[in-house]
Design a protein around this ligand. Structure first.
Ligand code: UD1
Ligand code: MG
Length: 455
């Protein structure tokens, strides 16, 4: 039987180079704290236990990471990576395989880590290394004449010869809990930084005849840590480029793969077209043939097949039906449900609005807390007055209603099927089926009107 996998995530460091009040691991990549990416990866590996070692900003980290599958361990003083892992030791069952990850290394692929974790047994440990053109700052991998790994030497402890090595320690390793419990208490901090180095477990393993099996990531980005905001931006771009590639592979045409940002799970059909500067947030689904114009923000939304979203529209918490036509400059707020063949045009805001098939709200309107039937025409400048300053009320509009331009519908109010509202009306009472309601001042024309003169 394979040993259960436990993941320890180190996240106690301050990250002073971020120059931030926010703990480093809470800075976001693709709209999610880096730490949450790492936790997500740990879950995708099927880890039996996830252990977060926190210190700087511990309360804040716990607060934005509400999860009952994480055991926290507090490292009150940052005495080194070996000391950090030791804080989680009491939480680790002896028979576990332990994979050590970092809260500020957010984008390691699941395959890379699964392969690494597979290297662990009572007789072997797994170490993730990478060759870098510029190994500056990293721990170097020392090998013997047979190319077997002997040890890791930290930059600050390395000789000139060792510094020339360009195979570096990513920091990520996998080792059995039994070994950690044996070795970590034996670490010493007599080194250049006066820290308890986790990396020293490599030479300890070698001394005890335990094999060090090395694995590599597919690309450097996978193991790139974030120390400052420049590196954060680099990882963000790499992540986004990968998302863009995925979308194109799955059947999307992107006007520019460098100008679309995906900050959450985006599911697409085929023949999607996405113009420049489109941002997706949260969970979004796009059906076949959906087209999205430039400068749109689409958050927690599902857009059914054939719908067209024109430039500068914001769609948030809404469902858009088949072949609907939205924008330009439309704003759909949470609770908007548009049926098929609906139209919501420029400078229209909707909120908690259920809109039936074929209905149109084409210009300059606010439709909130409203239910519209089929084939309703809402004229330009129509407002559902849903709020009296304290409570919200519903507006109900039946099938085939025609609302003339610049009308105020004061909720609660019902306009029944087939009714017509004269332009400029303020509707405060229900309107029965097929009625015409006109509620505006009567026009008076005064002849030979003298305008006032300047005195
Ligand atoms: C470490 C490795 C180095 C490797 C590099 C990769 C050691 C001794 N060195 O060096 O070989 O090339 O990572 O980036 O492990 N942390 C804690 N508590 C601590 C110390 C660190 O939680 O007491 C966390 C930090 O928040 C950080 C991570 O561990 O996320 C790495 O610590 P850092 O001090 O950056 O290690 P490096 O010197 O970069
Ligand atoms: Mg570091």
């Amino acid at each position: 039987m394979t040993q259960p996998l436990h993941v320890v995530i180190l996240a106690a460091g301050q990250g002073s180079r971020m120059k931030s009040a926010l703990p480093k691991v809470l800075h976001k990549v693709a709209g999610r704290p880096m730490l949450h990416h790492v936790i997500g990866t740990a879950r995708s590996l099927g880890a039996t236990g996830i252990h977060g070692v926190i210190g700087h900003g511990a309360d804040q980290v716990r607060e934005v990471t509400p999860a009952d599958d994480i055991q926290w361990a507090l490292q009150t003083e940052q005495l080194g990576t070996g000391h950090a892992v030791a804080q989680a030791l009491p939480q680790l069952p002896d028979d576990a395989r332990v994979l050590i990850l970092y809260g500020d290394v957010p984008l390691t692929r699941q395959d890379t880590l699964a392969h690494l974790a597979d290297q662990v047994s009572d007789q072997s440990i797994g170490l993730l290394t990478v060759r870098l053109d510029n190994p500056d700052g990293y721990g170097r991998i020392l090998r013997d004449a047979d190319n077997k790994v002997l040890a890791i030497v930290e930059q600050k402890d390395a000789s000139a010869e060792q510094l020339a090595v360009n195979e570096v320690n990513t920091g990520i390793l996998a080792v059995s809990a039994r070994h950690l419990k044996d070795w970590l208490p034996q670490l010493s901090n007599s080194n250049a930084q006066g820290e308890y180095y986790l990396t020293d477990v490599i030479s300890m393993a070698v001394e005890r005849g335990i094999e060090v099996k090395v694995a590599h990531p597919e690309t450097e980005y996978e193991v790139q840590g974030v120390n400052n905001r420049l590196q954060l931006a680099e990882l963000e771009r790499w992540y986004q480029l990968n998302e863009a590639r995925r979308l194109m592979t799955e059947g999307a045409t992107l006007a520019d793969p460098a100008r679309v940002d995906v900050r959450g799970p985006l599911t697409i059909g085929q023949d999607i077209t996405i113009d420049i500067n489109v941002v997706f947030e949260g969970e979004v689904t796009l059906g076949d043939g959906v087209s999205i114009g430039p400068n749109c923000l689409i958050r927690n939304a599902s857009i059914a097949k054939g719908a067209v979203i024109e430039a500068n529209s914001v769609i948030d918490g809404a469902q858009v039906g088949e072949s609907a036509h939205i924008g330009p400059f439309a704003r759909l707020r949470p609770g908007t449900e548009l049926a098929r063949n609906t139209k919501v045009g420029n400078f229209v805001e909707t909120k908690k609005a259920i809109v039936g098939e074929g209905s149109k709200i084409n210009h300059l309107s606010y439709v909130g807390d409203a239910e519209l039937g089929r084939d309703v025409n809402v004229g330009a400048g129509t407002i559902t007055c849903n709020y009296d300053g304290v409570n919200k009320f519903q507006t109900r509009i039946g099938n085939g209603v025609f609302v003339g331009s610049n009308s105020s519908l004061v909720a609660p109010v019902t306009i029944a099927e087939g009714a017509t509202i004269g332009a400029g009306s303020t509707i405060t009472r229900d309107v029965e089926p097929e009625e015409l309601a006109v509620a505006r001042g009567k026009q008076r024309n005064i002849q030979n009107w003298q305008r006032p003169r300047k005195q």
